[in-house]
Every structure is written in C-alpha cells, then in structure tokens.
Design a protein around this ligand. Structure first.
Ligand code: ZN
Length: 505
C-alpha cells in the first residue's frame, strides 16, 4: 500500500508538472523566437540606413582615387626578430576606380625586412593582371576583389546585407561618449559592428579569428573622421588592431587621402610589356621529388598556381626522418606528413627544422608539436614557440588543442650536424641577415645540396636582389661547394642556372 501511495503521489505530481513544464518551455521558446526575429529585423533596418549613408562602392558611375598610408606600421608576422619591439615599416596603397570604363588599379608598396615588395594590379575589359615589380613578373587574375578594400567599411556591410538571415541587433552602448548600436554578424566569418546612432556610419568592426599558429584572437578596425567624396563616406583615419595571446597586441594607424586621377601613377603599357609572364601551370602540384639518395622535396605543397609557392624538404636517416619547414597551416603539415609516410612508410618523423620565425613559415608548426616531434630552431625563437605550443585554439581546436604535448626544442647556436653512416646534414645559422636576425639553412656536403629560405626563389624572384646577393656571400665565406639548391620558395636550381648565379658578381 505504502508503495502504491508513493507511486501515485509521484504520478500525480508528474501529471501536474507536465503541463507546467510544457507551458513554461513554450512561453520561453516563443519569446526567444520573437526576440531573434526582432533582433534580425532591427539589425537589418539599421544596416540598410547605414549602407545608404556609406554610399555604394560598386555603383556604375563611380570614379575615385584614394591613397591609404601607414607611416608607422609594424609588420609583426614578418618582423626582424621573433619578439617585440617590432621594427617600424611603411606601407602605401593607391587605388583608382573608374566604374564607367570598367577600370580598377591598385598600386602597393610593402617593404619587408631586407627587401621591398612593390606590385600593382589592373582590372579592365582588356586585362585582368597582377604585376609584381619585385620579380618583374605578372599573372592573370579574375578580379582585384574586395580584399584590396579590406581596411574600408564597405565589405562588411556588403557581406552582412548579402546574408540577411545572419544579422542580429544586440544592444545600444556608450563608447567614448558616443551612442553606438552593436550588431552581430553570425556568418562563417563572424564579426561585430558598432554603428554610430547619430551618424549611422560604422565606427568599429571586431572580428574573431583563429590564427595559425598564434591561436584565438580578435582583430579590430576603427574608423574615424568620415569625409564625403563622390557620394561615399570614407574614413580619414583607420586604426587596425589585433591581439593574440601568443603574439601580443598591436595597432597600426592608416591615413586615407583623396587623390586626383593624375596623382595615381598608372604604369604605361610599354613598361607593362617588360614584365615576364608567370605561366600558371609551370609548377608541380604537391609532388615528391627525389633530389638525391635519401633527400626529397615536396614541390609546391601549397598547390599554388600563381608562382608564390611553398616546398617542404625531408631527409631520411637510418632511424628517423628530418623535415624542413612547416609552412602556412596545420592542413599543409598534415598533407606533408601523409606524403612523407607514403614515400618512407617505416620510419618516424623525429625532427622539424624551422629556418626562421616568420608567420607563413611556421603556420603548420603545431601539427608537428602535437606529434611529439622535436623542433630545430635558434635561441631567439624559444619564447615564441613556447607560447605557440600553449596557445588557445578554443574556437577551432587543432590536434595540439585536442591532445596537447609538451614542446620539445633543439636549439642550434651557430652550427650542428646530424649524421649517420649514410648521410650528413650540416645545419647553420647564417644570421644576422637583413631578412631576419637568425636564419638556419641546411647543407649536405656529399651531394652539394643547399637548402635555403627566403633568399633565393628561383624562377619567381629576380636573382640580383638583396637577399640572393647575401646568400652568395655566405656560400663563399663558408666555403660550400653547392651543386643543387632547393628552397622553401621557387624551383630547384642546378646546372647552368646555378653556375651563372654563383659566378656572377
Ligand atoms: Zn621570411
């Protein structure tokens, strides 16, 4: 009886509760539903007005010339040293858009440590080309694209309004004494827009990014002092900031100037003709090439068709494999590991040689750390690599985030030789050079193979530029007998081409 009573009491309670819970759930869900719809509607309304105020950068009769200059910039990803203070640099981009004549021009001057990348692109009815002044080469492109306006507010409005279901109003807030609407774009690349309630113009964009290899972080663009030109609202000052746990915080300030058409110096057709054509299919696509017994190069692992590519070196020892460089991303590292294991199935990768600390060269380093592979590097990179190994990858967890391993480093000061009965590999720090304070390269004396990074990019860069001249000096002073040269960029160089390069002063 007692049992029955207890049971029925519970049943009664449950029966009584069911409608309540049900009802409670329904009420909250309806509210939430209504709230989301309202937030979406309100967000879109604000963005539509905002777009009107910003003007249309795609409008048919737009003709505008602009210049965006960063006088006191810091290029952290390509800095001279791994840790701050980072060197100052200067960047300048000139734009010219003439929609009526379907013409767009961009000129860019971007100095890297040791050399200046200067390039321009032209998009019109007759040609869609990207010219690289540094390498005196050009290739065909589909469009200059919004990438060139990445510092301007237009592309965020465009992206949000093209995906209206992903826009949500969050709240109104006070920022430096100004009332702002906060709007969330919850698309593939999520960002937050802060829009001035009074002017109805974008004041700030905040994006959330997982950077490889630096981890989770935030990037901010702040737009100040809007000016009206050709029906567009253009900020006079753009502050670009980013913050990653393993990299620190950094701000660059850009000034925007309105130019006259004449001030944008578009290279003449004659000078354009002097550039050589980069044929998109001249490169191998992630193909393993045997350079000598036990020495291999994965050529163009990035499968780039535009000539700006990456190669990965691997050397087979009796008990293990040594890999040269983890460029771009973890996916590229996974691809490299797959190809290495296909070529040499029965040996583990034990070492990853990192030439220097630049972002594009260490983008895939965490995949190696996660596999307990020892990183060969120089003393100046220790702290950065330790931070990278422990960086947060919560938004997009990678192998190291899912199953973290302790970082294992082999620090090379000056020189170190890896050898067994079959092969000897000499690793040497040839820094300081203008491109980086510390720079490792590898030399295999029995074959005269030299692996170098960012100094010669054969068939991509010219061979009479700063870094390649310095490499020539180092080869001479170290007394290396180079018969074949491979690098992280460009094609393998040997035979007549190599002789010519080495003998020319
Ligand atoms: Zn570099």
């Amino acid at each position: 009886m007692k049992n029955l009573n207890t049971k029925s009491t519970i049943s009664i309670l449950l029966i009584a509760l069911i409608p309540l819970v049900h009802c409670f759930g329904q009420i909250r869900l309806n509210d939430a539903n209504e709230n989301w719809l309202q937030a979406n509607k309100l967000g879109l309304e604000i963005l539509k007005t905002c777009k009107k105020n910003h003007g249309d950068i795609d409008k048919n009769d737009l003709k505008i010339a602009l210049s965006i200059i960063c006088k006191e910039g810091k290029n952290r990803g390509q800095s001279y040293e791994a840790l701050p203070p980072y060197q100052h640099f200067y960047i300048k981009r000139d734009f010219f858009i003439d929609r009526k004549n379907n013409f767009e021009f961009l000129n860019q001057k971007n100095p890297f440590p040791g050399f200046v990348f200067e390039d321009f692109s032209i998009v019109d009815k007759n040609e869609k080309r990207y010219y690289n002044k540094f390498s005196k080469s050009f290739f065909e492109i589909n469009s200059v694209g919004f990438e060139n306006y990445r510092h301007f507010p237009f592309r965020f409005l465009k992206l949000a309004l093209e995906n209206p279901g992903k826009v949500f109003y969050v709240k109104e807030l006070n920022h430096n004494g100004e009332k702002l609407h906060e709007i969330l774009f919850a698309g593939n690349n999520s960002f937050k827009l802060l829009i001035s309630s009074e002017e109805n113009l974008i004041r700030q964009v905040e994006t959330f990014v997982t950077n490889q290899p630096y981890g989770d972080g935030t990037a901010i663009l702040e737009f100040r002092n809007y000016q009206k030109v050709e029906g567009l609202s253009i900020p006079s000052t753009i502050i670009s900031g980013s913050s990653y746990e393993s990299w620190g915080e950094l701000f660059n300030v850009y000034e925007v100037e309105i130019l006259s058409e004449k001030e944008v110096k578009i290279p003449s057709e004659k000078s354009r003709k002097s550039y050589r054509d980069v044929k998109s299919k001249y490169r191998r696509m992630a193909e393993v090439v045997k350079l000598a017994e036990k020495v291999f190069l994965i050529e163009n692992i990035s499968e780039n068709t535009k000539g700006d590519d990456y190669n990965v070196l691997f050397i087979e020892f009796q008990d293990y494999i040594l890999v040269g460089e983890a460029p771009i991303s973890n996916d590229i590292s996974k691809k490299a590991m797959r190809l290495i294991q296909q070529t040499i199935p029965d040996k583990p990768i034990r070492y990853l040689l990192q030439s220097h600390h630049h972002q594009d060269h260490i983008g895939g380093i965490r995949e190696y750390i996660a596999k307990d592979i020892t990183i060969i590097t120089t003393p100046g990179n220790r702290q950065l690599f330790e931070k990278i190994a422990k960086a947060n990858f919560k938004w997009n967890p990678d192998s190291q985030a899912k199953d973290p391993k302790d970082l294992s480093l082999k620090i090379i000061e000056n020189r170190y030789t890896f050898s067994d009965a079959d092969i000897e590999v000499q690793i040497m720090d040839i820094g300081p050079i203008p491109h980086a304070k510390e720079m490792l390269m590898a030399y295999i004396p029995q074959y005269g193979i030299l692996w170098q990074v960012d100094m010669v990019s054969f068939k991509e860069w010219g061979l009479n530029i700063g870094p390649s001249r310095i490499l020539k000096e180092r080869i001479k002073s170290l007394g290396l007998k180079v018969k074949l040269m491979a690098g992280v960029h460009g094609q393998v160089m040997q035979g007549q081409a190599l002789k010519k390069y080495l003998s020319k002063k």
